[in-house]
Design a protein around this ligand. Structure first.
Ligand code: FAD
Length: 307
C-alpha cells in the first residue's frame, strides 16, 4: 500500500506528490488526465515569478517535476469510488478499470470543470475570446467589448471586475432578474460601462474563424434574437467540482465541494483534500499548488502520529 495516494494530477495533485515524495514516503498519483485544467489553458500570466507561460508547457513541467522523484504515476485512470479505512487502517480507491488501490492516507485533488453554455461556437472559440476565468484572462481584453454570461454572484463579480479593465460589459442573465447578492447588484448598476440584459438565452458565439466577433441571444419574452458585437465572452454559469465519485464517503458542501479545514483535512481521518475540488475559495493555479503542498504536509504529520 501507499503511504500517500494522490487522486488527481493537476497543480494541486502535482504539488502534493512532490511534497510527499520529498519526505521519503511511498507516494502514488492516480489521474484521469495528468495536467488537469492547465492543459486547456493558453496564456498563463499570474503564475507568480513566471511572467508568461502556456498551459501545455506548464503541464509538461509539472509532470517532469513529479517524475524527478520516486512517485508512482498512474495516468489515464479514473477513480470511481472511495472506501474509507476500516480496521486495517487502509483507505481504498476503486478505479474504473476494476482495480483498486490502497493507502494509509489520501489526498483528493480531482479539481473542477466550468459549466459550459453548450451553444454553437463555444468550443471553437474557447481561448479565442471565450473565457471562463476573469482573474486569469480579464487583462487580455483591456479596452475591448466583452459579455459575461450569468447573473449569479460569480457573474456579477466578474462583470464588476471586468468593467474596470475593459471598454464595455454586457451582462446576460437567463432568468428575469439577477440572482447575485443585492450589494453586488447595486455596485454593478452604478457602473457606467455595463449593460444588463435579463430574460436572455445565449444561442450562439459568433467569430471570424480566428476569434470571437459577437454573440447572439434570444429575448425570452419577445422571442426576438439580438446580436451583440464584442471581442470577449466570460461564461460564469457555474464551476462544478469533480466529486461525484465521493458522495456518501466524505462530507461535501451543498455545491459538492470537499469540505476541508485549514490543514486540508476532510471529515475522514487520514483523508485530505486540495485545490478546485474543495471548499477553499478562489480557484487558481498558485492556490491549488499551495493547498496541495499543505495537504501533503498534513498527511505526513498524520502518518508520523500513527506510530
Ligand atoms: P485540475 O487542474 O482540475 O486537476 C484535476 C485532476 O484530477 C486532473 O488530473 C483530472 O484528470 C483529475 N481527475 C478528475 N476526476 C478524476 C477521477 N474521478 N479520477 C482520477 N482523476 C480525476 N488559473 C490560474 O491561476 N491562471 C490562469 O491563467 C488560469 N487560466 C485558466 C483557463 C482555463 C480555460 C481554465 C479551465 C482554468 C484556468 N485556471 C487558471 C484555473 C486553474 O487551471 C485551476 O484553478 C487549477 O488547474 C486547479 O488545479 P487542481 O489541481 O485543483 O484541479
Amino acid at each position: 500500500p501507499f503511504d500517500v495516494l494522490v487522486v488527481g494530477g493537476g497543480p494541486a495533485g502535482a504539488a502534493a506528490a512532490i511534497y510527499a515524495a520529498r519526505k521519503g514516503i511511498r507516494t502514488g498519483v492516480v489521474a484521469e488526465r495528468f495536467g488537469g485544467q492547465v492543459l486547456d489553458t493558453m496564456g498563463i500570466e499570474n503564475f507568480i515569478s513566471i511572467q508568461h507561460t502556456e498551459g501545455p508547457k506548464l503541464a509538461a513541467q509539472l509532470e517532469q517535476h513529479v517524475k524527478e522523484y520516486d512517485v508512482d504515476v498512474m495516468n489515464l485512470q479514473r477513480a470511481t469510488g472511495l472506501v474509507p479505512a476500516g480496521d486495517d487502517g487502509l483507505h481504498e480507491v476503486k478505479l474504473e478499470n476494476g482495480a483498486s488501490l490502497k493507502a494509509k492516507t489520501l489526498i483528493l485533488s480531482t479539481g473542477a470543470r466550468w459549466r459550459q453554455m453548450g451553444v454553437p461556437g463555444e468550443d471553437e472559440y474557447r481561448n479565442k475570446g471565450v473565457a471562463y476565468c476573469p482573474h486569469c484572462d480579464g487583462p487580455l481584453f483591456k479596452g475591448k467589448r466583452t459579455a459575461v454570461i450569468g447573473g449569479g454572484n460569480s457573474g456579477v463579480e466578474a462583470a464588476i471586475d471586468l468593467a474596470g479593465i475593459v471598454a464595455h460589459v454586457t451582462l446576460i442573465e437567463f432568468d428575469n432578474q439577477l440572482r447575485a447578492d443585492a450589494v453586488l447588484q447595486t455596485k454593478l448598476r452604478s457602473l457606467p460601462n455595463v449593460t444588463i440584459v435579463t430574460s436572455a438565452l445565449t444561442t450562439e458565439v459568433l467569430g471570424d474563424g480566428a476569434k470571437v466577433t459577437g454573440l447572439v441571444y434570444k429575448d425570452r419574452e419577445t422571442g426576438q434574437t439580438h446580436t451583440v458585437e464584442l471581442e470577449g465572452i466570460f461564461v460564469q454559469i457555474g464551476l462544478v467540482p469533480n466529486t461525484e465519485w465521493l458522495k456518501g464517503a466524505i462530507d461535501l458542501s451543498p455545491r459538492g465541494e470537499i469540505e476541508v479545514d485549514a490543514r486540508g483535512a476532510t471529515s475522514v481521518p487520514g483523508v485530505f483534500g486540495a485545490g478546485d475540488a474543495t471548499t477553499v475559495p478562489y480557484k487558481q493555479i498558485v492556490i491549488a499548488m499551495g493547498e496541495g503542498s499543505k495537504a501533503a504536509l498534513s498527511a505526513f504529520d498524520y502518518l508520523i502520529r500513527q506510530g
